[in-house]
Design a protein around this ligand. Sequence first.
Ligand code: MRU
Length: 359
Amino acid sequence: MENKNIMDYETVELDDQENALVIIDQTKLPGKTEIIRLKTAQEMWDAIYLLQVRGAPAIGVAAAFGIYLLAKQIQAADYEAFYSEFKKQKEYLDSSRPTAVNLSWALNRMEKKVTDSKDKPVEEIKALLREEAIAIKEEDIRVCRTIGEYGLSLVKPGDGILTHCNAGQLATSKYGTATAPIYLGEERGYHFHVFADETRPLLQGARLTAYELLSSGVDVTLICDNMAATVMKNGWVNAVFVGCDRVAANGDTANKIGTSSVAIAADYYHIPVYICAPTSTIDMNTATGAEIHIEERPAEEITEMWYKERMAPEGVKVFNPAFDVTDHNLIAGIVTEYGIATAPFEESFREIFARKEEA
Ligand code: MRU
Protein backbone atom coordinates (compact mmCIF):
# COMPACT_ATOMS: atom_id res chain seq x y z
CA MET A 1 0.00 0.00 0.00
CA GLU A 2 2.78 2.43 0.99
CA ASN A 3 4.62 2.07 -2.34
CA LYS A 4 1.57 2.37 -4.56
CA ASN A 5 1.75 5.29 -7.01
CA ILE A 6 -0.85 7.99 -6.33
CA MET A 7 -1.99 7.61 -9.96
CA ASP A 8 -3.09 4.04 -9.24
CA TYR A 9 -5.69 5.12 -6.68
CA GLU A 10 -9.29 5.93 -7.52
CA THR A 11 -10.20 9.50 -6.57
CA VAL A 12 -13.79 8.48 -5.78
CA GLU A 13 -15.16 4.96 -5.46
CA LEU A 14 -18.36 3.23 -4.48
CA ASP A 15 -18.38 0.40 -1.96
CA ASP A 16 -21.90 -0.84 -2.39
CA GLN A 17 -21.58 -3.72 0.05
CA GLU A 18 -20.42 -1.53 2.91
CA ASN A 19 -22.65 1.39 1.84
CA ALA A 20 -19.64 3.66 1.71
CA LEU A 21 -18.37 6.45 -0.49
CA VAL A 22 -14.62 5.85 -0.62
CA ILE A 23 -12.22 8.72 -1.25
CA ILE A 24 -8.57 9.67 -0.82
CA ASP A 25 -8.40 12.35 1.85
CA GLN A 26 -6.82 15.05 -0.30
CA THR A 27 -6.12 17.32 2.65
CA LYS A 28 -3.42 14.86 3.74
CA LEU A 29 -1.59 14.64 0.41
CA PRO A 30 1.19 14.39 -0.50
CA GLY A 31 2.47 13.39 2.95
CA LYS A 32 -0.02 10.64 3.65
CA THR A 33 -2.31 8.60 1.40
CA GLU A 34 -5.31 8.00 3.60
CA ILE A 35 -8.41 6.35 2.21
CA ILE A 36 -11.58 7.31 4.02
CA ARG A 37 -15.05 5.76 3.92
CA LEU A 38 -18.04 8.06 4.20
CA LYS A 39 -21.37 6.63 5.22
CA THR A 40 -23.59 9.38 6.55
CA ALA A 41 -24.90 12.49 4.81
CA GLN A 42 -23.02 14.61 7.34
CA GLU A 43 -19.73 12.82 6.60
CA MET A 44 -20.24 13.31 2.86
CA TRP A 45 -21.13 16.99 3.28
CA ASP A 46 -18.09 17.58 5.48
CA ALA A 47 -15.76 15.78 3.06
CA ILE A 48 -16.86 18.05 0.22
CA TYR A 49 -16.82 21.22 2.31
CA LEU A 50 -13.40 20.43 3.83
CA LEU A 51 -11.94 19.61 0.39
CA GLN A 52 -11.14 16.02 1.31
CA VAL A 53 -12.68 15.41 -2.10
CA ARG A 54 -12.45 18.43 -4.39
CA GLY A 55 -12.29 19.60 -7.99
CA ALA A 56 -15.52 20.16 -9.89
CA PRO A 57 -15.92 16.78 -11.66
CA ALA A 58 -14.81 14.75 -8.61
CA ILE A 59 -17.32 16.58 -6.42
CA GLY A 60 -20.03 15.69 -8.94
CA VAL A 61 -19.10 12.01 -8.94
CA ALA A 62 -18.86 11.94 -5.13
CA ALA A 63 -22.28 13.56 -4.82
CA ALA A 64 -23.80 11.07 -7.29
CA PHE A 65 -22.45 8.07 -5.36
CA GLY A 66 -23.35 9.79 -2.10
CA ILE A 67 -26.98 10.45 -2.97
CA TYR A 68 -27.33 6.91 -4.30
CA LEU A 69 -26.04 5.48 -1.01
CA LEU A 70 -28.35 7.72 1.01
CA ALA A 71 -31.33 6.90 -1.23
CA LYS A 72 -30.62 3.21 -0.94
CA GLN A 73 -31.11 3.41 2.80
CA ILE A 74 -34.41 5.29 2.66
CA GLN A 75 -37.20 3.14 4.12
CA ALA A 76 -40.30 4.35 2.34
CA ALA A 77 -43.66 2.72 1.79
CA ASP A 78 -44.36 4.54 -1.46
CA TYR A 79 -42.87 6.81 -4.12
CA GLU A 80 -44.05 10.06 -2.50
CA ALA A 81 -42.38 9.27 0.81
CA PHE A 82 -39.22 8.12 -0.97
CA TYR A 83 -39.02 11.22 -3.16
CA SER A 84 -39.61 13.61 -0.29
CA GLU A 85 -36.73 12.08 1.71
CA PHE A 86 -34.51 11.91 -1.42
CA LYS A 87 -35.09 15.60 -2.07
CA LYS A 88 -34.10 16.52 1.49
CA GLN A 89 -30.84 14.60 1.26
CA LYS A 90 -30.13 15.96 -2.20
CA GLU A 91 -30.58 19.56 -1.10
CA TYR A 92 -28.36 18.96 1.89
CA LEU A 93 -25.47 17.61 -0.21
CA ASP A 94 -26.00 20.39 -2.74
CA SER A 95 -25.43 22.99 -0.01
CA SER A 96 -21.85 21.84 0.68
CA ARG A 97 -20.14 24.08 -1.91
CA PRO A 98 -21.69 26.74 -4.17
CA THR A 99 -19.34 27.50 -7.07
CA ALA A 100 -18.70 24.24 -8.93
CA VAL A 101 -21.82 23.62 -11.00
CA ASN A 102 -20.95 19.92 -11.34
CA LEU A 103 -22.27 19.34 -7.82
CA SER A 104 -25.82 20.43 -8.63
CA TRP A 105 -25.50 19.12 -12.18
CA ALA A 106 -24.83 15.58 -10.91
CA LEU A 107 -27.47 15.79 -8.19
CA ASN A 108 -30.08 17.12 -10.63
CA ARG A 109 -29.26 14.30 -13.00
CA MET A 110 -29.81 11.81 -10.17
CA GLU A 111 -33.07 13.51 -9.23
CA LYS A 112 -34.27 13.28 -12.83
CA LYS A 113 -33.77 9.52 -12.67
CA VAL A 114 -36.14 9.48 -9.70
CA THR A 115 -38.82 11.73 -11.17
CA ASP A 116 -38.70 9.96 -14.55
CA SER A 117 -39.36 6.66 -12.75
CA LYS A 118 -42.25 7.64 -10.51
CA ASP A 119 -44.36 4.71 -11.73
CA LYS A 120 -41.70 2.18 -10.81
CA PRO A 121 -41.30 0.40 -7.47
CA VAL A 122 -38.93 2.18 -5.07
CA GLU A 123 -36.44 -0.72 -5.10
CA GLU A 124 -36.19 -0.44 -8.88
CA ILE A 125 -35.60 3.31 -8.63
CA LYS A 126 -32.72 2.65 -6.23
CA ALA A 127 -31.15 0.27 -8.77
CA LEU A 128 -31.53 2.93 -11.49
CA LEU A 129 -29.81 5.48 -9.25
CA ARG A 130 -26.87 3.12 -8.86
CA GLU A 131 -26.58 2.75 -12.64
CA GLU A 132 -26.78 6.52 -13.14
CA ALA A 133 -24.07 7.26 -10.58
CA ILE A 134 -21.75 4.71 -12.19
CA ALA A 135 -22.55 6.20 -15.62
CA ILE A 136 -21.61 9.69 -14.35
CA LYS A 137 -18.20 8.39 -13.25
CA GLU A 138 -17.59 6.44 -16.47
CA GLU A 139 -18.58 9.43 -18.59
CA ASP A 140 -16.18 11.61 -16.61
CA ILE A 141 -13.29 9.35 -17.61
CA ARG A 142 -14.26 9.42 -21.30
CA VAL A 143 -14.89 13.17 -21.26
CA CYS A 144 -11.49 13.92 -19.71
CA ARG A 145 -9.70 11.74 -22.24
CA THR A 146 -11.45 13.49 -25.14
CA ILE A 147 -10.66 16.92 -23.67
CA GLY A 148 -7.06 15.69 -23.57
CA GLU A 149 -7.12 14.92 -27.30
CA TYR A 150 -8.55 18.34 -28.21
CA GLY A 151 -6.17 20.07 -25.82
CA LEU A 152 -3.18 18.26 -27.30
CA SER A 153 -4.04 19.65 -30.73
CA LEU A 154 -3.32 23.16 -29.36
CA VAL A 155 0.30 22.57 -28.39
CA LYS A 156 3.46 21.01 -29.79
CA PRO A 157 6.20 18.76 -28.46
CA GLY A 158 8.57 20.44 -26.03
CA ASP A 159 6.14 23.27 -25.18
CA GLY A 160 6.03 24.93 -21.79
CA ILE A 161 2.60 24.74 -20.13
CA LEU A 162 1.50 26.60 -17.05
CA THR A 163 -1.37 25.41 -14.89
CA HIS A 164 -3.03 26.73 -11.77
CA CYS A 165 -4.66 24.80 -8.91
CA ASN A 166 -5.37 21.12 -9.49
CA ALA A 167 -7.51 20.17 -12.46
CA GLY A 168 -5.78 16.81 -12.49
CA GLN A 169 -6.66 13.20 -11.94
CA LEU A 170 -7.32 13.98 -8.27
CA ALA A 171 -10.01 16.44 -9.35
CA THR A 172 -11.71 13.95 -11.67
CA SER A 173 -12.13 10.20 -12.13
CA LYS A 174 -9.05 9.90 -14.37
CA TYR A 175 -6.67 12.07 -16.46
CA GLY A 176 -7.98 15.39 -15.12
CA THR A 177 -9.17 18.13 -17.44
CA ALA A 178 -6.29 20.63 -17.70
CA THR A 179 -3.78 17.81 -17.14
CA ALA A 180 -5.34 15.46 -19.71
CA PRO A 181 -3.41 16.97 -22.67
CA ILE A 182 -0.26 16.77 -20.56
CA TYR A 183 -0.77 13.08 -19.70
CA LEU A 184 -1.68 12.17 -23.28
CA GLY A 185 1.31 14.16 -24.53
CA GLU A 186 3.55 12.32 -22.10
CA GLU A 187 2.30 8.96 -23.44
CA ARG A 188 3.15 10.18 -26.96
CA GLY A 189 6.60 11.57 -26.24
CA TYR A 190 5.75 15.30 -26.28
CA HIS A 191 7.96 16.01 -23.24
CA PHE A 192 6.20 19.16 -22.07
CA HIS A 193 7.73 21.39 -19.42
CA VAL A 194 4.99 22.12 -16.94
CA PHE A 195 4.90 24.97 -14.43
CA ALA A 196 2.53 24.34 -11.54
CA ASP A 197 1.46 27.39 -9.54
CA GLU A 198 1.48 26.43 -5.85
CA THR A 199 -2.03 27.98 -5.52
CA ARG A 200 -2.42 29.76 -2.22
CA PRO A 201 -4.07 29.46 0.20
CA LEU A 202 -4.71 25.71 0.12
CA LEU A 203 -1.78 24.75 -2.09
CA GLN A 204 -3.62 22.44 -4.47
CA GLY A 205 -0.90 23.11 -7.05
CA ALA A 206 1.98 22.21 -4.73
CA ARG A 207 0.33 19.38 -2.83
CA LEU A 208 -1.67 17.78 -5.65
CA THR A 209 -0.72 18.89 -9.18
CA ALA A 210 3.03 18.79 -8.64
CA TYR A 211 2.61 15.44 -6.86
CA GLU A 212 0.50 13.88 -9.62
CA LEU A 213 2.72 15.11 -12.45
CA LEU A 214 5.93 14.11 -10.71
CA SER A 215 4.49 10.67 -9.93
CA SER A 216 3.68 10.30 -13.64
CA GLY A 217 7.17 11.22 -14.80
CA VAL A 218 6.16 14.62 -16.24
CA ASP A 219 8.79 17.38 -16.15
CA VAL A 220 7.15 19.70 -13.63
CA THR A 221 8.48 22.80 -11.90
CA LEU A 222 6.66 24.18 -8.90
CA ILE A 223 6.43 27.96 -8.65
CA CYS A 224 4.78 30.36 -6.19
CA ASP A 225 1.73 32.10 -7.60
CA ASN A 226 3.57 35.41 -7.79
CA MET A 227 6.21 33.89 -10.10
CA ALA A 228 3.88 33.12 -13.02
CA ALA A 229 4.60 36.41 -14.81
CA THR A 230 8.34 35.81 -14.50
CA VAL A 231 8.27 32.39 -16.16
CA MET A 232 6.07 33.88 -18.88
CA LYS A 233 8.43 36.83 -19.39
CA ASN A 234 11.35 34.37 -19.62
CA GLY A 235 9.62 32.79 -22.61
CA TRP A 236 9.13 29.44 -20.88
CA VAL A 237 5.36 29.23 -21.30
CA ASN A 238 3.65 28.55 -24.63
CA ALA A 239 0.16 27.94 -23.28
CA VAL A 240 -1.86 28.06 -20.08
CA PHE A 241 -4.24 25.19 -19.39
CA VAL A 242 -6.59 25.45 -16.42
CA GLY A 243 -9.79 23.79 -15.29
CA CYS A 244 -12.98 25.51 -14.21
CA ASP A 245 -15.80 25.33 -11.72
CA ARG A 246 -18.48 27.11 -13.71
CA VAL A 247 -18.47 28.68 -17.16
CA ALA A 248 -21.15 31.30 -17.82
CA ALA A 249 -22.97 31.47 -21.15
CA ASN A 250 -20.74 34.33 -22.34
CA GLY A 251 -17.56 32.36 -21.57
CA ASP A 252 -16.66 34.10 -18.28
CA THR A 253 -15.06 31.36 -16.24
CA ALA A 254 -14.90 30.77 -12.49
CA ASN A 255 -11.89 28.80 -11.39
CA LYS A 256 -9.56 28.75 -8.41
CA ILE A 257 -8.62 32.15 -7.05
CA GLY A 258 -5.61 33.46 -8.94
CA THR A 259 -6.68 32.16 -12.35
CA SER A 260 -7.70 35.61 -13.54
CA SER A 261 -4.29 37.07 -12.55
CA VAL A 262 -2.62 34.30 -14.56
CA ALA A 263 -4.87 35.10 -17.54
CA ILE A 264 -4.13 38.83 -17.32
CA ALA A 265 -0.37 38.15 -17.26
CA ALA A 266 -0.70 35.67 -20.14
CA ASP A 267 -2.61 38.25 -22.17
CA TYR A 268 0.22 40.75 -21.64
CA TYR A 269 2.79 38.22 -22.86
CA HIS A 270 0.55 37.00 -25.75
CA ILE A 271 0.26 33.48 -24.37
CA PRO A 272 -3.05 31.69 -25.08
CA VAL A 273 -5.19 30.66 -22.10
CA TYR A 274 -7.25 27.51 -22.56
CA ILE A 275 -9.99 26.52 -20.16
CA CYS A 276 -10.61 22.78 -20.05
CA ALA A 277 -14.29 22.33 -19.41
CA PRO A 278 -16.52 19.27 -19.57
CA THR A 279 -19.88 20.44 -20.94
CA SER A 280 -21.27 19.64 -17.47
CA THR A 281 -19.35 22.70 -16.22
CA ILE A 282 -20.90 25.08 -18.76
CA ASP A 283 -23.89 26.75 -17.16
CA MET A 284 -26.04 28.29 -19.88
CA ASN A 285 -28.46 29.48 -17.17
CA THR A 286 -25.84 31.88 -15.87
CA ALA A 287 -25.48 34.75 -18.32
CA THR A 288 -22.16 36.23 -17.17
CA GLY A 289 -19.49 35.72 -14.53
CA ALA A 290 -21.07 38.47 -12.42
CA GLU A 291 -23.88 36.04 -11.57
CA ILE A 292 -21.58 33.26 -10.35
CA HIS A 293 -21.68 32.69 -6.60
CA ILE A 294 -18.08 32.81 -5.41
CA GLU A 295 -17.55 30.77 -2.27
CA GLU A 296 -15.82 32.55 0.61
CA ARG A 297 -13.94 30.33 3.00
CA PRO A 298 -12.67 30.63 6.58
CA ALA A 299 -9.93 33.14 7.39
CA GLU A 300 -7.86 30.40 9.05
CA GLU A 301 -7.09 28.96 5.63
CA ILE A 302 -4.91 32.03 5.11
CA THR A 303 -3.70 32.68 8.63
CA GLU A 304 -3.03 29.16 9.86
CA MET A 305 -3.61 26.30 7.45
CA TRP A 306 -0.69 24.03 6.56
CA TYR A 307 1.70 25.74 8.95
CA LYS A 308 2.54 24.59 12.46
CA GLU A 309 2.49 28.14 13.76
CA ARG A 310 0.32 31.08 12.98
CA MET A 311 2.00 33.22 10.33
CA ALA A 312 -0.21 36.30 10.40
CA PRO A 313 -1.07 38.56 13.33
CA GLU A 314 -4.08 37.68 15.49
CA GLY A 315 -7.12 39.78 14.59
CA VAL A 316 -5.97 40.77 11.09
CA LYS A 317 -8.82 41.26 8.60
CA VAL A 318 -8.82 38.60 5.91
CA PHE A 319 -10.48 38.38 2.50
CA ASN A 320 -10.51 34.77 1.29
CA PRO A 321 -12.53 34.16 -1.89
CA ALA A 322 -11.98 30.60 -3.09
CA PHE A 323 -12.50 31.39 -6.78
CA ASP A 324 -12.37 34.23 -9.25
CA VAL A 325 -13.84 34.91 -12.64
CA THR A 326 -11.66 35.22 -15.73
CA ASP A 327 -13.15 37.53 -18.31
CA HIS A 328 -14.12 35.76 -21.50
CA ASN A 329 -12.01 38.17 -23.55
CA LEU A 330 -8.86 36.79 -21.90
CA ILE A 331 -9.69 33.23 -23.00
CA ALA A 332 -8.37 31.85 -26.30
CA GLY A 333 -10.49 28.70 -26.21
CA ILE A 334 -12.70 26.55 -24.00
CA VAL A 335 -11.83 22.92 -24.56
CA THR A 336 -14.82 20.60 -24.16
CA GLU A 337 -15.42 16.95 -25.02
CA TYR A 338 -17.36 18.13 -28.10
CA GLY A 339 -14.71 20.46 -29.48
CA ILE A 340 -13.06 23.78 -28.72
CA ALA A 341 -15.33 26.76 -28.16
CA THR A 342 -14.04 30.16 -29.23
CA ALA A 343 -15.42 33.70 -29.10
CA PRO A 344 -18.25 34.58 -29.37
CA PHE A 345 -18.64 31.85 -26.79
CA GLU A 346 -22.42 31.81 -26.43
CA GLU A 347 -22.78 30.98 -30.11
CA SER A 348 -19.94 28.46 -29.97
CA PHE A 349 -21.48 26.74 -26.90
CA ARG A 350 -24.79 26.38 -28.74
CA GLU A 351 -22.98 24.52 -31.52
CA ILE A 352 -21.20 22.36 -28.96
CA PHE A 353 -24.45 21.49 -27.18
CA ALA A 354 -26.08 20.74 -30.55
CA ARG A 355 -23.21 18.31 -31.28
CA LYS A 356 -23.77 16.75 -27.85
CA GLU A 357 -27.50 16.32 -28.58
CA GLU A 358 -26.72 14.60 -31.88
CA ALA A 359 -24.17 12.21 -30.34
O1 MRU B 1 -11.36 24.46 -4.22
P1 MRU B 1 -11.04 23.34 -5.17
O2 MRU B 1 -9.75 22.64 -4.88
O3 MRU B 1 -12.19 22.37 -5.33
O4 MRU B 1 -10.88 24.08 -6.58
C1 MRU B 1 -10.66 23.31 -7.70
C2 MRU B 1 -10.48 24.09 -8.94
O5 MRU B 1 -10.58 25.31 -8.95
C3 MRU B 1 -10.27 23.31 -10.21
O6 MRU B 1 -9.46 24.01 -11.11
C4 MRU B 1 -11.65 23.07 -10.88
O7 MRU B 1 -12.56 22.53 -9.97
C5 MRU B 1 -11.55 22.18 -12.05
S1 MRU B 1 -11.16 20.53 -11.64
C6 MRU B 1 -11.07 19.64 -13.09
